[in-house]
Design a binder for this molecule. Structure first.
Ligand SMILES: NC(=O)c1ccc[n+]([C@@H]2O[C@H](COP(=O)([O-])OP(=O)(O)OC[C@H]3O[C@@H](n4cnc5c(N)ncnc54)[C@H](OP(=O)(O)O)[C@@H]3O)[C@@H](O)[C@H]2O)c1
Length: 330
């Protein structure tokens, strides 16, 4: 059956402006880090992308290395894009990144102009796109001058490969420096993509202030701490969960420990009292900052996307709820 997007797709999603730019993002965005690789069922990936778009999720986030194997999420996306989404290209914001290891040798990772330009060309080919909307430097490179990395981002925009540029996981100080260089080059830094959730609050220590002052938007990845901030691990580790997959012991040291599960149980009680699921409360909590453009979720099932979007029905927190959450996660 050819895909026809729902005529109601813009009826309930909220869109937030990215910093001081002309571009808006849906409050919920979908990332293709997991569950869209060559090892994953194509039809599930297709169903998730279709359902997301039908709910007004106009932003899909990719990177060169998403899979597994690396690159295969882009290939999956390209296949589905060609069959389902081509007529909707101008309704979509598609992002991509480069920074992590993609090919052997000295030019296959980090932040050189050599790597970034080659990577975006490879990515565009795999996705079957002429351009991406946002291209990110995926991580700061301690050994390449920031001027070179930012100069490459500027070139990628000027050469028509991307419309906007962003940075990911840069510190507050690196962000201010990158923003200055990009401003001087005439290609402003649109957005920062940091990790942020109730258990990882590093951006509160200066990055959010820097973004506000520089007029840069913010899209937080792993708002659910890769699934830990949901009710799924309260009883056991389900076989089909991310934590159960042997080749994936979670990134950034996240672990389903008894102490963590105990915290999650307490958070779950607050969510229930608010009349929402813990996943929904975790998303609302990230979106409570006025400068937060979007919560960048992942999903393995259509129902998870529906649950995330329904979080937007209840975004407000009382001071007492926020204090309770702080006390549990401190
Ligand atoms: N810039 C960077 O360095 C960087 C790094 C990481 C990620 N990202 C981006 O951020 C995106 C999201 O990251 P993430 O996948 O870690 O986000 P997340 O939203 O914190 O975790 C998503 C995972 O949580 C589980 N989940 C989601 N909804 C659920 C629900 N309602 N109930 C129970 N479990 C649920 C699913 O895992 P199960 O398989 O267990 O069902 C899902 O795949 C990525 O796709 C990528 O685009 C960027």
């Amino acid at each position: 059956m050819p895909y026809q997007a729902s005529p109601a797709r813009y009826d309930s999603m909220t869109y937030r402006r990215i910093g001081r730019s002309g571009l808006l993002l849906p409050a919920i965005s979908l990332g293709l880090w997991y569950n869209f690789g060559g090892v994953d069922p194509l039809e599930n990936a297709r169903a998730m992308l279709r359902r997301a778009f039908d709910l007004g999720v106009t932003h899909f986030d990719l990177a060169n290395n998403y899979g597994p194997p690396p690159g295969s999420a882009e290939t999956t996306f390209g296949q589905i894009f060609a069959q389902d989404f081509k007529p909707y290209r101008d309704e979509l914001v598609i992002s991509n990144k480069a920074g992590y290891l993609m090919w052997p040798g000295p030019y296959g990772e980090w932040g050189s102009r050599k790597y970034l330009v080659a990577s975006i060309d490879q990515s565009l080919k795999r996705m079957g796109l002429d351009y991406v909307d946002i291209f990110y430097s995926h991580r700061p490179d301690p050994n390449t001058p920031l001027e070179e990395t930012m100069g490459a981002l500027d070139y990628i925009v000027r050469s028509g490969r991307a419309l906007y540029v962003g940075i990911s996981t840069y510190s507050a100080e690196q962000t201010r420096q990158a923003a200055l260089i990009l401003r001087q080059l005439g290609t402003p830094c649109l957005i920062h993509q940091p990790r942020y959730n109730m258990f990882d609050r590093w951006i509160e220590g200066g990055l959010l202030d820097a973004l506000r002052e520089e007029g840069i938007g913010c899209i937080s990845f792993s708002p659910l701490d890769q699934g830990i901030l949901t009710d799924k691990y309260l009883r056991e580790i389900p076989d089909d969960s991310r934590a159960a997959k042997l080749d994936n012991q979670f990134h950034w040291g996240d672990k389903v420990t008894p102490e963590r599960v105990d915290q999650v149980r307490q958070l779950n009680a607050i969510a229930q009292a608010r009349g929402q699921s813990l996943a929904q409360m975790a998303i609302a909590w990230v979106l409570r900052h006025p400068g937060m453009t979007s919560a960048l979720i992942g999903a393995s099932k259509v129902g998870q996307i529906e649950e995330a979007v329904a979080a937007l029905d209840s975004l407000d927190f009382s001071e007492a709820e926020l204090a309770q959450i702080d006390a549990i996660t401190a």
